[in-house]
Design a protein around this ligand. Structure first.
Ligand SMILES: O=C(O)CCC(=O)C(=O)O
Ligand SMILES: [Fe+2]
Length: 186
């Protein structure tokens, strides 16, 4: 598990480095605010009638970036043009999700996709999600480099913890989902 955590951290930071460059920012820009690594394991038992329950309510990840290992049982769906679309479970592949903090920093150039998990009638599903987050007190706002008179800031500066508290990604269930271990990257 330690090696997996380390490798996923390196992969996440490399992806953020490339995204920084893609946005025209310094290579280390996003790496500098990638301060906390948070990992969760999801276990979704088979449900004979998937119309009765969801595996996970629809939400936006409030990370910078999320790397999800979803094994080979399908269940993840992403909202596009008002329709839920299944994300194919490709063996040994990761799903990379843009989190809301990256949407804010990029001033909306990058979009965080709303997603949910449906249950599978036949098979249980186990997933591992790795979130790269800022420190709770880090102020997240659109990068100065991406804001000008033609592109005014589309988001107000806010600490990460205030954003999380105000957003309630999982409605009344949010607090229960926030309990867990996280480790500092630097
Ligand atoms: O387990 C999954 O497929 C998705 C998990 C997820 O979206 C999350 O933990 O934020
Ligand atoms: Fe998620």
């Amino acid at each position: 598990m330690g090696a997996y955590t380390e490798e996923i951290r390196k992969l996440s930071l490399r992806i953020l480095e490339l995204i920084s460059e893609g946005l025209g920012l310094e290579k280390g820009y996003l790496g500098g605010i990638s301060q906390v690594q948070f990992m969760t394991a999801g276990n979704y038992p088979a449900c004979p009638d998937p119309t009765l329950t969801l595996g996970l309510l629809n939400h936006l990840d409030h990370s910078l970036v999320t790397i999800l290992f979803q094994g080979n049982v399908e269940g993840l769906q992403v909202l596009k043009d008002g329709k839920w679309i299944g994300v194919e479970a490709i063996p040994n592949a990761f799903v990379v999700n843009i989190g809301t903090q990256l949407e804010i920093i990029s001033n909306g150039i990058l979009k965080s996709a709303r997603h949910r998990v449906v249950t599978n009638p036949y098979e249980a599903r186990t997933t591992i999600a790795n979130f790269i987050n800022p420190f709770p007190d880090c102020i997240i706002e659109p990068s100065n480099h991406l804001v000008n008179e033609y592109n005014p800031p589309r988001f107000q500066p806010q600490t990460f913890k205030d954003f999380v508290a105000a957003t309630k990604a999982f409605g009344k269930y949010t607090d229960a989902t926030q309990k867990g271990a996280s480790s500092s990257i630097n």
